[in-house]
Write a protein that binds this ligand. Structure first.
Ligand SMILES: *Cc1c(COP(=O)(O)O)cnc(C)c1O
Length: 366
């Protein structure tokens, strides 16, 4: 029986091996492993790709999120205990960053179509003390930023994008990373562009925020041995920057490949018990995950496993149901909890179009 792996990292990396080896050699020969030209060049290239003025390369996506929130606290734009709106179906890292910065997550239900926070949730800021929101572009689908921005501006909220899953996505031509007051990226190996280890970045048009994030990521120092903040060590390595420069050159090809698979699935999966993800007008989605829904999730997953198709679930347990957030205050979250029971991610990142057709056929026989 043919096996369809959920994510074949070798298949993903092989086309770029020669370029990666060459970039690696360049860093080794340079003798410079931190604070060097690769990191600076990657920052410029990512800022230019997103359409922002500034970029700070950091250690990972969680750090990118928490450094930005912490920088807003240091700059007085947020105060300890301020509320931060976030869709309750996000990955836990988004919520960890909020609590780590001494802020208070306000969990809201996502919109059913985009699975992201909607503009409607933002009106609640008038009564719940929210001063910021995290706009997570989950699964590679951008949040409805133009509506969200309008509502956020009316309430005076800062917008932080969690862009771990949606590099290259856009709404009416505006790319993720340039939508909010700042954006956090993850380059975890399985993300749309992956480092050969951990890496992340912050993009923004605010030069002072960029300086504060950069200082916080480097022991809180603005110049050597002069520490303005009680900072961290969250820098990106030169070697990861060099790997990411290679990957960034190919990100549009990668997105196009994912989109081809997503369109095959969307056209060919025809099953009354399966809800497919929405393809949304005016948006370019980058398909970090292809997520279907079914009330019969366990049966479907077992059936697919018997037919050689690996699947995954993003995510089984929402942050408010994790032990680390026991007792956390939140309103009713029925949609979030239903999604946690119904979502199934199909293989996409390392799949060929023929395999997507075969998997669609297998699903239709369920
Ligand atoms: C992966 C991810 C993160 C965390 O990124 P790391 O680089 O693993 O720290 C944060 N938010 C979302 C939505 C993610 O998918």
């Amino acid at each position: 029986m043919k096996e369809y792996t959920f994510l074949d990292m070798q298949r993903l990396t092989t086309p770029y091996k020669d370029e990666l080896y060459a970039a690696c050699r360049e860093v080794i020969d340079s003798g410079r492993f931190l604070h060097g030209t690769q990191t600076t060049a990657f920052e410029q290239e990512l800022a230019s790709y997103c359409g922002t003025k500034h970029c700070v390369a950091v250690s990972n996506g969680l750090d990118a999120l928490r450094l930005t929130l912490r920088a807003w606290v240091e700059r007085g734009q947020l105060q300890a205990g301020d509320g931060v709106l976030v869709a309750a179906n996000t990955y836990i890292a988004t919520v960890l960053a909020i609590t780590d910065a001494g802020l208070r997550p306000i969990l809201v239900e996502p919109e059913e179509e985009t699975m992201n926070i909607g503009a409607d949730s933002i009106a609640s800021a008038a009564t719940n003390g929210a001063k910021a929101l995290v706009e997570v572009h989950l699964y590679g689908t951008p949040a409805r930023n133009s509506l969200i921005r309008q509502a956020a501006e009316a309430q005076g909220l800062l917008i932080l994008e969690d862009n771990a899953q949606a590099i290259g996505a856009s709404e009416n031509g505006l790319r993720t990373g340039a939508m909010g007051d700042a954006a956090a990226f993850s380059f975890y190996p399985t993300k749309n562009i992956g480092a050969l280890g951990d890496a992340g970045a912050v993009t923004t048009n605010d030069p002072e925020l960029a300086d504060t994030v950069r200082a916080l990521a480097n022991y809180g120092s603005v110049k050597r041995y002069h520490n303005v903040y009680r900072g961290y060590n969250c820098r990106m390595d030169e070697i990861q920057a060099a790997m990411l420069r290679v990957k960034l050159r190919h990100v549009n090809e990668e997105s196009a490949r994912r989109k081809e698979i997503a369109l095959i699935y969307n056209e060919r999966i025809l099953h009354p018990d399966i809800m497919k993800p929405a393809i949304i007008d005016g948006m370019e989605q980058v398909w970090h995950q292809y997520v279907i829904r079914t009330p019969q999730r366990q049966l479907l997953r077992e059936y697919l496993r018997r037919h050689g198709v690996q699947t995954d679930v993003h995510y089984e347990t929402p942050p408010h149901m994790q032990p680390c957030y026991e007792g956390m205050e939140h309103g009713p979250l029925p949609l979030t909890e239903r999604l946690a029971h119904e979502v199934v991610s199909l293989p996409i990142a390392s799949l060929t179009p023929d395999e997507a057709k075969e998997i669609s056929e297998i699903i239709n026989q369920f």
